[in-house]
Design a protein. Structure first.
Length: 300
């Protein structure tokens, strides 16, 4: 049975929806793993699992790795490491739901970092998104006065590093093989995590079944599998569709945190989440899907 282009597009969108759900579940897995494993060890195990599987799957590509790949991959991997470190440590001091939404603000930061590199000023949609995001963050994180908690602050820092990672990937992927770049950056991130864990944290004494499942979920599903599915699916759908669907990561993370972890969200926090989500949708899609297409006149 031949699959038509429309069916491929639908399957691609469904696949991206699954990726967003998997990433949303990743916030819950990290929160659960933190009960018995320290942040850097979680990252070390997570990225070691994913890079080992990718090396096995794409082993024929390894021979094409050069010094240039190693240099670029290490830089990109360092940014990824800093982002995950801030996010994972921040998770210890905030809720999984807030962590999910604050992490999602990275898409609002990207245009401004790109401005620094390319000298191309962000458009009006990016400026509106930044304003909405600022308001949403305030509603979500400020409890009294203007104090932001340590966990929320680290998560916002994580969003900055993720944005820098996205910009660097967009710059370097024009010059190198994407699969090789991902393998090296995951390997670099695993190496940085192992070094940081050995220096700053005690070795985990015991792992219960729940923690083991969480670590496997993070390494196999939330990192390696999600990446492969995302890259394949985006060949058969538009960037706008992909952006909208993947933005649901923060929504799924928030919903799962309430359902599975019984986290409590006040009406102000919910409004803050909705405002941040609106900012993400605005900067990612520029609301193109709402603009009516011009109908060309036909000769009668």
């Amino acid at each position: 049975m031949k699959i038509t282009g429309i069916k491929k597009s639908v399957l691609a969108d469904m696949s991206l929806l699954i990726v967003a759900f998997i990433w949303g579940g990743g916030f819950i897995a990290v929160k659960g793993a933190l009960d018995s494993v320290s942040p850097f060890y979680i990252m070390a195990i997570r990225f070691s699992i994913s890079v080992l599987i990718m090396l096995l799957v794409f082993r024929k590509k390894i021979k094409y790795i050069t010094k240039n790949y190693l240099f670029i991959g290490t830089i990109v991997g360092l940014l990824l490491f800093l982002g995950f470190a801030a996010q994972t440590i921040g998770m210890k001091y905030t809720t999984a739901g807030k962590n999910a939404f604050l992490t999602g603000t990275n898409v609002v930061i990207v245009p401004f970092l790109y401005w620094i590199i390319s000298k191309k000023r962000p458009d009006a949609f990016s400026l509106i998104s930044a304003f909405l995001c600022f308001i949403g963050i305030g509603m979500l994180t400020l409890n009294s006065g203007i104090h932001i908690g340590l966990g929320d602050g680290l998560t916002l820092l994580c969003a900055v590093f993720y944005a820098a990672h996205i910009v660097s990937v967009g710059f370097f992927t024009r010059k190198v093989d994407v699969i090789l770049l991902v393998i090296i950056q995951l390997g670099a991130c695993a190496l940085f995590s192992i070094i940081a864990a050995l220096i700053f944290e005690p070795m985990p004494q015991s792992l219960n079944s729940g923690t083991i499942f969480a670590l496997i979920y993070l390494g196999v599903f939330s990192t390696m599998l999600a990446f492969i599915v995302q890259n394949v699916a985006q060949k058969y759908t538009t960037s706008t569709h992909a952006a909208i669907i993947l933005c649901l990561e923060s929504v799924f993370g928030c919903i799962l945190s309430v359902v599975m972890l019984h986290e409590i969200f006040t009406s102000k926090m919910i409004l803050g989440c909705l405002t941040i989500f609106l900012a993400i949708i605005t900067t990612e899609t520029k609301w193109k899907f709402l603009r009516s297409k011009k109908i060309k006149p036909t000769n009668m």
